[in-house]
Design a protein around this ligand. Sequence first.
Ligand SMILES: [Fe+2]
Length: 140
Amino acid sequence: MTIAQWTDGMATGLCEIDCQHKALIKIANGLHEVLSKNKGKEVVSQAASFLLDFVSENFQNEERIMQSCDYPSYQSHKMLHDEFVGNLKGLIGRFNNTGDTAFLINSVQHSIVKWLLDHFASEDKKLAEHVMNITGKRVA
Ligand SMILES: [Fe+2]
């Protein structure tokens, strides 16, 4: 079952960021799939780590872009990233300790995916608008 879906409303217009967001949606769906198909703790743990790694890569990429164009909301945007990564690490750590599939699947459905999609459509769009205003380009 696909729980996260890309919509045009999420597009920031910066293709590098949008490509990463599309990949993140696929990875989040992949994690949800291995959880719902009860693929076992090892497989779920790997899928969760993959999501964490790719989220971190996307956030670092955005933070580089923000710094390179003196984005005025850099600190508050980075704080949102740091909070999310901290929460995600906590959820994965709890799963790795307990193997509690029901808890993780609930978190993926009701908090992780929702946060990511909302963030793409709000904060990341604001960042992209700033970049496009100062560069006049639609690529980072
Ligand atoms: Fe972001």
